[in-house]
Design a binder for this molecule. Structure first.
Ligand code: NAD
Length: 424
């Protein structure tokens, strides 16, 4: 597998390839022991478990689950748990590496993990999903824990899944352990503001980018692809702070008003799934045209690989703030860079999610809930700190924001490895 070489034009890159390529790109700017880089190319451990499920009809089916634990030099492993038919070991490893970099960019004392079950959650009844989750928690119990590895919701899992997971773990441990997962309902130790936090951090970073590049926010035009948890919360915050959100979309298409949409009125994915195009707007556009609108800021916040070799030359925004994970392909990224379009990477922009997960874990181990105001204030502080750390590397080294973010993350991880050394 190539670790440094260029991909063929838009040949899909696996998550592991992306993570290793970014690691090498950042390492080229830093003086790091080669042994540390090589260690970081591989996960510490990957757990593969069989999860038997008694179906509602009395039959038993066996599902495969994974938990990839990449690196814990800075603290417990941390990362989502997805239920999706496309989950693979390779994907979990790659995404666990991304989590390591993301936590380090935010200077959160966590490492990276990712896991999931190869299952289509839409084909499970609620009761089956609960039994599957409880058994999965039991299969992983020796490898996870509030000081070891802390799962969170991801595709196909939600706050209720985390509540079952936490309950199953706590019952077997003989004590209530809310800190074993994040993204729980607030009534059992979840944090206020957790759900809104990735979108809110995207809005904070978009606001800072506008300020940095001299686009007054109240005059800035913004297009946002995806009106789900990340996209809608980013749109709502930017609208509240005075930006002109001129276009938003969901899987069915986009709505566009050059004078600015009334974002509060548009049904979010949570309120009414996939209902954006039912809103009465001056113009309706296909999703790919939203990506090519002449706006100041473009926020792809739906799915991965939407800015590609095929359309990057047509992107007409000045700044791209990545809300989704991996919305820009390698070739798409190179084209944007050559065209002088600023791209603020996902591992900085949407890292509000893992940051408020960290706040949730702090609340759990201290048994003290924070107010929403405190969560948002501390999120603002952490995002500004990370923004400034990355900005300093952009200015000092003349690199892209993506490379700068990886340089910040990798230097922290490498320093921690250097200080701790290799045991035995
Ligand atoms: P979501 O399911 O809440 O919303 C997704 C939105 O994208 C919906 O409006 C959906 O209609 C739209 N969409 C789906 N397919 C589309 C397509 N082909 N074209 C255009 N729009 C499409 O999901 P989310 O939680 O907002 O996640 C969005 C992205 O952000 C994902 O890449 C996810 O990995 C990433 N992310 C999510 C979180 C989180 O905690 N929710 C945190 C960090 C990153």
């Amino acid at each position: 597998m190539s670790t440094t070489g260029k991909q063929k034009p838009d040949e899909p890159e696996t998550a592991v390839e992306t993570a290793r390529r970014q690691l090498e790109r950042a390492a080229a700017h830093l003086d790091i022991d080669r042994g540390i880089i090589d260690r970081l190319k591989h996960p510490d451990q990957v757990h593969r478990v069989s999860v038997p499920l008694k179906r509602d009809d009395g039959n038993t089916d066996i599902f495969t689950g994974y938990r990839a634990q990449h690196d814990s030099v800075r603290g417990p492993f941390k990362g989502g748990m997805r239920y999706h038919p496309g989950v693979t070991e390779e994907e979990c490893i790659g995404l666990s590496m991304w989590m390591t970099w993301k936590c380090a960019v935010m200077d959160i004392p966590f490492g990276g993990a990712k896991g999931g079950i190869v299952v289509n959650p839409k084909e499970l009844s609620t009761e089956e999903k609960e039994r599957l989750t409880r058994r999965f928690a039991e299969e992983l119990r020796d490898f996870i824990g509030p000081m070891r590895d802390i799962p969170a919701p991801d595709m196909g899992t939600d706050a209720q899944t985390m509540a079952w997971f936490m309950d199953a773990y706590s019952m077997q441990e003989g004590e209530t352990q809310p800190g074993v997962v994040t993204g729980k309902p607030p009534v059992i130790g979840g944090s206020y503001g957790r759900e809104e936090s990735p979108g809110r951090s995207v809005a904070i970073i978009a606001r800072e980018a506008c300020d940095y590049y001299d686009y007054p926010l109240e005059k800035a035009t913004v297009a946002i692809q995806g009106f789900g948890s990340v996209g809608a919360n980013a749109a709502l915050a930017l609208h509240e702070w005075g930006a002109n959100v001129v276009a938003v979309s969901d899987v069915n298409g986009a709505i566009y008003d050059p004078d600015g949409l009334d974002i509060d009125d548009i049904p979010t994915h949570e309120e009414e799934p996939e209902a954006v195009t039912t809103y009465d707007a001056p113009e309706h556009l296909p999703n790919d045209e939203l990506l090519e609108l002449d706006v100041d800021v473009l926020v792809p916040a739906a799915i991965g690989n939407v800015i590609t070799e095929a359309n990057a030359r047509n992107v007409d925004a000045d700044i791209v703030v990545e809300g989704a994970n991996g919305p820009t392909t390698t070739t798409g990224d190179e084209i944007l860079e050559n065209r002088g379009i600023t791209v603020i990477p996902d591992i900085l922009a949407n890292a509000g999610g893992v940051t408020v997960s960290y706040f949730e874990w702090l609340q759990d181990i201290n048994r003290r809930q924070w107010s929403l105001e405190r969560v948002n204030e501390e999120l603002e502080t952490e995002m500004l700190k990370a923004w400034n750390d990355v900005r300093a590397e952009v200015e000092a080294r003349g690199v892209t924001w993506r490379d700068a973010a990886y340089i910040v993350g990798l230097s922290r991880i490498a320093e921690a490895h250097q200080a701790r050394g290799l045991w035995p």
